[in-house]
Design a binder for this molecule. Structure first.
Ligand SMILES: Cc1cc2nc3c(=O)[nH]c(=O)nc-3n(C[C@H](O)[C@H](O)[C@H](O)COP(=O)(O)OP(=O)(O)OC[C@H]3O[C@@H](n4cnc5c(N)ncnc54)[C@H](O)[C@@H]3O)c2cc1C
Length: 413
């Protein structure tokens, strides 16, 4: 294989390129991005970077020199417009390029609220890239009342950031509880209580009806084009001069779909991360892969790295089957939540208090098998849980809850 083209210069695309060179691939690698940036780390965008605690230069996954030394052709501002899978060509404005193997690592886009809800008003932000984070940081400077729409990780991290900036924060979650899609009730309870203790007004089971601008809340029809409040599904209203939308992401699949590639909740891959076209692969947030008889798409750093590396190994002739080892973290105030595994389908949860004050972990079991562990400020419980899950081992729940049992002893049983 002479030329590998990677569409998307994010974490997954970068991981494919880095791993290919590590494995001794000596032919051409082109990494196409559309953000004009060296591949960078997104998690700090809702955390330290948004708060001004770390700079842009610290986000870069590698310095420019890494790409030069490793002869990885990084085209940071070259959006791929179309792919012709038959002739193995990719097209961008003003040119085209031949490939032998292509990797989709196109990531995802923030899900937007419909215009019938936002009214096209200014002051409404989503967060996916650096530019979004810069815009939100700027908006915080003049804001007073922040409305966060969505109580998932991003929404909660944004709420924590706004509180740290001394802003008034209301968070609405249409589901009955925050984190409903990703965590069990005890974890939601923990984070609800944490946010409330910091001053966030959390409203669950309440949707956003529509945003309004000055004057509209008191019944006038025309506002000034800038958001000033919101009407909620329970009939209440809130003031808001800054609205942060964290209602999920949509995988970037259009390019693949237009090239005739199968889509299934993401760019569908087989167990080797290969798409329905044998010369085309996919990794990261944009890709769905076989899991437990269905297809799974993960949105996490761990998945972007692992799946990217798996693609590289298989491009080199390997036959590695991609087995996801999900892990994730979220930082909110002084709390660090770490999750290993996927709790979907659990029928039992046991709780273990940690050694330090406020530390706690929840262990999720399904049909007697350990499925996932989520731990707050307890990295030891997380690490032990992760090792057990990855090894397919299940500790006795009675031992897990017994604080007299050392965590490391669970690994030995
Ligand atoms: C604010 C924020 C906080 C997060 N926090 C955490 C966290 O705490 N823990 C965790 O595990 N995960 C976290 N994540 C998720 C994690 O960052 C993503 O799962 C990861 O970045 C996915 O990598 P990716 O390469 O698949 O996609 P991306 O990082 O989105 O990269 C895809 C790239 O492809 C580009 N692209 C798309 N189409 C084209 C095209 N046609 N031509 C050229 N380029 C194109 C995109 O612009 C983008 O630059 C967070 C994400 C965000 C946004």
């Amino acid at each position: 294989m002479k030329k590998v083209a990677i569409v998307g210069a994010g974490l997954a695309g970068f991981s494919v390129a880095r791993k290919l060179r590590e494995l001794g691939f000596s032919n051409s690698i082109s990494l196409y991005g559309d953000e004009g940036m060296i591949p960078y780390d997104r998690p700090p965008l809702s955390k330290a970077y948004l708060l001004g605690e770390t700079g842009r230069e610290n986000l870069e996954l590698r310095a420019d020199s890494f790409f030069q030394q490793n002869e990885i052709g990084l085209f940071a501002q070259k959006k791929v417009q179309r792919i012709d899978a038959e002739s193995k060509k990719l097209y961008f404005d003003g040119g085209d390029e031949q490939y032998d193997a292509l990797v989709f690592a196109t990531g995802a886009t923030v899900r937007q609220l419909p215009e019938s809800v936002t009214g096209g008003l200014q002051g409404v932000y989503g967060l996916r890239d650096l530019r979004d984070a810069d815009n939100i940081a700027k908006a915080f400077e003049n804001a007073k009342n922040v409305l966060v729409v969505g109580g998932g990780y991003i929404g909660l991290e944004l709420a924590a950031a706004a509180i740290k900036k001394d802003l008034n924060v209301t968070l609405v979650e249409a589901a009955p509880r925050i984190l409903q899609r990703v965590a069990a009730e005890p974890t939601s309870d923990y984070f609800r209580q944490l946010h409330q203790s910091k001053g966030v007004d959390i409203r669950e089971d309440v949707g956003l009806q529509r945003l309004v601008s000055d004057g509209q809340l008191s019944g006038e029809q025309v506002g000034n084009g800038k958001v000033s409040g919101a009407e909620l599904s329970d009939g209440s209203t809130v003031e808001a001069d800054c609205v942060l939308v964290g209602v999920g992401i949509v995988p970037n699949t259009t390019l693949a779909e237009d090239a005739g590639i199968e889509i299934n909740g993401g760019i569908q891959t087989d167990e080797h991360c290969r798409t329905s076209d044998p010369s085309i692969w996919a990794a990261g947030d944009c890709a769905s892969f076989p899991n437990n008889g269905g297809w799974l798409r993960l949105e996490s750093v761990g998945n972007a790295i692992d799946m990217g590396e798996c693609v590289a190994e298989n491009l080199m002739g390997g036959e590695r089957i991609y087995v996801a080892k999900p892990w994730f973290w979220s930082d909110q105030y002084e709390a660090r939540l770490q999750i290993a595994g996927l709790g979907t389908g659990h029928d039992q949860i046991v709780m273990r208090p940690g050694e330090k004050e406020g530390a706690i972990s929840h262990w999720y079991y399904g049909a007697g098998k350990l499925l996932a562990v989520d731990a707050v400020n307890d990295s030891k419980a997380y690490m032990v849980g992760r090792r057990l899950i990855e090894a397919g081992r299940t500790p006795d729940p009675a031992l897990v809850v017994d604080v007299e049992t050392k965590l490391t002893a669970l690994l030995k049983n």
